[in-house]
Design a protein around this ligand. Structure first.
Ligand SMILES: C[S@@+](CC[C@H](N)C(=O)[O-])C[C@H]1O[C@@H](n2cnc3c(N)ncnc32)[C@H](O)[C@@H]1O
Length: 252
């Protein structure tokens, strides 16, 4: 099994670093198991192909079976991407972050560390609004995410507001006035609906990072169409991380 590197280049206590390494390793182990060829995976792929070809029943079956399979899976952002995101948020002095797709809360820990550290440089009144808005619609994952943040402690937990439920509803109101940074690490059909909700509140110069844009290229077609039609507002490049990590600047 692939192991993650123990030398995390982040400002965090040894306790938080140990938690991050433990969670990265369990996510890698789960994914290795998940990617072993088996009947379930072949059935899913076949249903997806039929669904993409227009068979609505196959698409509904695929969605149900996919949700069942993923219910206990972390599918966490890989460590190299998470470190990049952390350092980027530090460099941007981001204090208003939205995470689309939280799962067991691993990437959220990196975002919350950055937000807390950036907020510590603000005056206390401004710092009060600093937070990561995390989003998760699987109740069992939300419970585990909260446990992990509690275990991470004061460097992390106070900076997170978890919105449980479908983010198309939970992000429909009460957004920060100026969002600095968005992480899209979610099933691809959710990306454009989320962006449409967030866009009115994106700060000029906000950065959006989207995971697996190359490995899930067809899933991102509508996102790419959307930003292409608004070329005056979005500039974007794909960074050569595994699966492709897209870096987009909102600059209308
Ligand atoms: C790739 S995982 C997120 C991994 C997480 N960012 C990490 O690195 O630990 C995507 C998550 O998005 C959640 N999700 C999918 N559709 C959603 C929706 N409509 N609303 C909220 N969460 C959703 C899934 O349940 C899944 O846990």
């Amino acid at each position: 099994m692939a192991q993650v590197d123990a030398s995390l280049t982040i400002d965090a206590s040894e306790q938080v670093k140990a938690l991050l390494l433990r969670l990265h390793n369990s996510s890698l182990a789960q994914e290795e198991e998940l990617n072993k060829p088996d009947e379930k995976l072949s059935t899913l792929k076949a249903l997806k192909a039929k669904g993409d070809a227009g068979d609505a029943t196959a698409l509904a079956d695929y969605q149900r079976q996919f949700d069942d399979l993923m219910r206990d899976k972390m599918i966490a952002l890989e460590q190299d991407k998470a470190l990049f995101v952390y350092h980027l948020c530090r460099a941007l002095s981001a204090t208003r972050i939205v995470e689309a797709g939280t799962s067991f809360g691993l990437s959220t820990i990196y975002l919350a560390l950055a937000v807390g550290q950036n907020a510590s440089k603000l005056d206390p009144e401004q710092g009060k609004a600093a937070k990561v808005i995390a989003t998760e619609n699987e109740a069992s994952k939300a419970i585990l995410a909260r446990q992990h943040w509690k275990e991470a402690g004061v460097e992390v937990e106070p900076w997170i507001e978890l919105r449980e439920g479908d983010l198309r509803q939970t992000l429909a109101s009460n957004l920060p006035m100026e969002i600095d940074f968005v992480l899209f690490d979610i099933w691809t059909p959710m990306v454009v609906p989320t962006l449409r909700l967030l866009e009115p509140n994106l700060k000029k110069g906000a950065v959006l990072v989207a995971d697996n844009v190359t490995s899930s290229a067809s899933g991102y077609d509508d996102f790419h169409d959307y930003i292409k039609t608004r070329r005056n507002a979005y500039r974007s490049l794909v960074l050569p991380y595994s699966g492709g990590l897209e870096f987009t600047i909102y600059d209308p």
